[in-house]
Design a binder for this molecule. Structure first.
Ligand code: ADP
Ligand code: MG
Length: 438
């Protein structure tokens, strides 16, 4: 069966035309799909018990009908409030029989937002049509942004649809260990047996495979065998394949045969939604104001976001107080987020570039496309990418809210130009020097 998220996203457009816009916004749009239970109950999270009562009285029938149509299954609807959900006994493991996958990393628990939309869509397409959609699928992005989570989600989903498939999730470190062990034991057949009989292979963090000759060779062989046998391969890495310089060119080429997608750092709304979801999963009672404060303060990666929530909750428990904004403030007072640390030097970069080209910071941030402004802007974006630990999206925000693809294009353009033009290269070096040493 399709996952709860997917069925819900198909049911919404069926529901919308059946009611007024206000009713839809009021009653339907705020529902969140949680899961499908063994008895076919489709569980939806409501915002309050009043909300739930109205839904039960007036909307159950239409929703049920839409769910059945969207899910092509005999589904019933069940509404729960946050309190009821938290009081529920711990969920059973979601994926019996697929031991290499972490149960909670599913599509249902993955919060979607602007920053991961493309990666999610690609992952879902592959999960829904293994070996047919994109092969290999390559997901890359910074640490703690959800690559491993998405990868497991694909594995779970395929396992649900095809319980007979052999699916293996492995880190590149363990893959390397396998290769080394097979060499030591002089037992290459073992590797062949283990990897080449798979239907789906998921290798996490393949940046660590690069530069180890025997491992690369084995990886290359496994990759070719699986690909030729039309088996699905999914890879993650912290960088785009073209930046994995230690990885052999022939491997990078093959990766390019499939689809390469990135995950960007999450925006505020996504961070908020992730924290909300996590608090609910863990049965933590926490006000939106506190969640909003953490989401504002911690903006680099999701692992850190979850860590901060845990710290705040643990501290509140320790001092025996409810989780309030004041408690959260005192726990996070020393936390300096990436953004704060960055804004100092991002301003500096902007200033140095503006001074050099004789324009103002309003002009560099403006949308004006004349070469006089657009060119320094590209230079500044390139330098920001080079000198700051921040994403294309962040840089876009610093320069008048530009889309990350625009920033990416600017960075590539300047980089390529500098390779051909020694004078530009020198200018860039001088600017870096000025930024770093005044
Ligand atoms: P990566 O592999 O990119 O370093 P992970 O997949 O390990 O990151 O994610 C780090 C943590 O953040 C995990 O606990 C994961 O469940 C959580 N996480 C990441 N992205 C999301 C998301 N979109 N929705 C919910 N949780 C997420
Ligand atoms: Mg990971």
């Amino acid at each position: 069966m399709l996952s709860a998220n997917v069925i819900w996203s198909k049911a919404l457009p069926l529901l919308k035309p059946q009611m007024t816009e206000a009713s839809y916004e009021n009653w339907i749009a705020s529902l969140a799909p949680l899961r499908i239970e063994d008895d076919g109950a489709f569980v939806l999270l409501t915002t309050s018990s009043v909300h739930r009562d109205t839904l039960e009285r007036f909307y159950s029938a239409v929703i049920e009908k839409a769910l059945r149509e969207a899910g092509e299954a005999e589904l019933s609807v069940r509404f729960v409030t946050k309190e009821e959900e938290q009081a529920r006994p711990a969920a059973k493991s979601a994926a019996p029989g697929c031991p290499t996958l972490i149960p909670k990393y599913t599509f249902d628990t993955f919060v979607r937002g602007e920053s991961n939309r493309f990666a999610y869509a690609a992952a879902f397409a592959v999960a829904d049509n293994p070996s047919e959609a994109y092969n290999p699928l390559f997901i890359y992005g910074g640490v703690g942004l959800g690559k491993t989570h998405l990868m497991h989600a694909i594995g779970h989903y395929i396992h649900e649809q095809h319980p007979d498939y052999k699916i293996l999730y492995i880190t590149s470190e363990n893959f390397t260990n396998d290769v080394v062990a097979s060499i030591e034991k002089k037992d290459r057949a073992y590797l062949r047996e283990k990897y080449r009989t798979l239907d789906v292979l998921l290798i996490d963090d393949i940046q660590f495979i690069g530069g180890k000759e025997a491992t690369e060779l084995e990886f290359f062989n496994v990759f070719n065998d699986l690909k030729n046998a039309n088996k699905q391969i999914i890879l993650t890495s912290d960088k785009h394949p073209k930046d994995l310089q230690t990885l052999e060119a022939r491997i990078r080429t093959r990766i390019g045969w499939g689809l390469v997608v990135d995950i960007q750092p999450p925006d505020f709304e996504t961070r908020f939604a992730i924290l909300r979801r996590k608090a609910m999963e863990d049965g933590i009672d926490i006000a939106d104001g506190v969640i909003s404060m953490i989401a504002e303060r911690v903006n680099s990666n999701i692992r850190e976001l979850e860590g901060c929530l845990n710290r705040v909750v643990a501290y509140a428990k320790f001092v025996n107080k409810p989780v309030t904004v004041t408690v959260a403030e005192s726990v996070l007072k020393d936390y300096v987020s990436g953004e704060t640390r960055r804004s100092v030097s991002s301003e500096l970069i902007k200033q140095v570039v503006c001074d050099f080209y004789g324009i103002t910071s309003a002009e560099i941030e403006s949308g004006r496309r004349d070469h006089k402004f657009a060119y320094p802007r590209q230079i500044a974006m390139h330098l920001s990418r080079k000198l700051l630990d921040c994403s294309y999206q962040d840089i876009g925000a610093m320069y008048g809210g530009r889309h990350y693809s625009t920033v990416m294009h600017a960075c590539d353009t300047v980089e390529e130009a500098a390779e051909k033009d020694p004078e530009l290269k020198k200018t860039l070096d001088d600017l870096v020097e000025k930024i770093k040493n005044g």
